[in-house]
Design a protein around this ligand. Structure first.
Ligand SMILES: NC(=O)c1ccc[n+]([C@@H]2O[C@H](COP(=O)([O-])OP(=O)(O)OC[C@H]3O[C@@H](n4cnc5c(N)ncnc54)[C@H](OP(=O)(O)O)[C@@H]3O)[C@@H](O)[C@H]2O)c1
Length: 249
């Protein structure tokens, strides 16, 4: 039997990159998945690509009313929830000398505040034995010059995960952080839009990654599928890196 047969899942940011690969991996293991993202057509196309009864729910996770509507829809369609993956997120902010208040707030709203309230709105639906997976980043550990706001946003997620693991243990809900390294996704394509930026990432891979290459979204998704399954039944409050060994540098 597949690892996730009969389970239901929500993947925020499930319409692109790491989230989409996770939605596909969960569906391949038998889960019924709801894909959440902002762009309506892209969300529905992603749900169709995921297949296996997946549904698309267009929603902006930084808006409380959207989150309430999204989880209302999940409750109606699925009844309850076994897997929550918070992958919606981005880079941004800026260096200490030039980051604006607007850029700081926008990144914190998306990477930190929206994860908190996504988990809060999902809470009433989470079943006994549910698995919550928050997508962090290797940036919570390593130094990325000028990337302090992004690193801080991802470090905050470690604190959430540790606390929620303890808070939700009496309900049998496990909570873990899955931290990717440099992973080939549309987000990375945007970050590598110039030859100089590609060179910068090549250097990062050569100097600071044991496996000397970028990761693939499927390689992160395979870890998420494991964390979502009962095979990870004794894992909670932890951090798993899928980063080619980068966090050791
Ligand atoms: N790629 C990497 O190298 C890397 C490394 C470490 C960590 N991560 C983390 O992995 C996660 C996914 O990144 P990715 O590389 O897969 O990026 P991506 O390809 O750009 O995908 C981001 C996803 O998040 C959704 N999203 C963004 N803002 C949203 C909002 N306000 N409401 C709802 N959905 C929203 C996007 O959909 P819409 O645009 O339609 O809203 C999209 O589905 C992020 O948390 C990122 O920090 C990525």
């Amino acid at each position: 039997m597949s690892m996730l047969e009969g389970k239901t899942a929500v993947v925020t940011g499930g319409s692109s990159g790491i989230g989409l690969a996770i939605a596909q991996a969960l569906a391949q293991e038998g889960a019924r998945v709801a894909v959440v993202g902002r762009r309506e057509a892209v969300v529905h196309a992603a749900a169709a690509a995921v297949g296996a009864g997946a549904i698309g729910i267009p929603a902006d996770v930084t808006r409380m009313t959207d989150l309430e509507r999204a989880f209302g829809e999940v409750g109606k369609q699925f009844g309850g929830l076994d897997i929550l993956v918070c992958s919606a997120g981005s880079t941004g902010g800026g260096p200490l000398d030039s980051c604006t208040e607007e850029a700081f707030d926008a990144l914190m709203d998306l990477n930190v505040k929206s994860v908190f309230f996504t988990a809060q709105k999902a809470l009433p639906l989470l079943r006994e034995g549910a698995s919550v997976i928050v997508i962090g980043s290797v940036a919570d550990t390593i130094v990325l010059p000028g990337g302090g706001v992004y690193s801080a946003s991802k470090a905050a997620l470690r604190a959430f995960v540790r606390t929620w693991a303890s808070d939700l243990a009496p309900r049998g809900v496990r909570v873990n952080l899955l931290s990717p390294g440099v992973t080939e996704t549309p987000l990375l394509e945007r970050l590598q839009s110039t030859p100089e930026s590609v060179q910068g990432f090549d250097h990062l891979m050569a100097q600071r990654t044991a496996l000397k290459r970028r990761g693939r979204a499927e390689e992160v998704a395979a870890v998420a599928a494991f964390l979502a399954s009962d095979r990870a039944s004794y894992m909670t409050g932890g951090v798993l890196y899928a980063d080619g060994g980068m966090h050791n540098w």
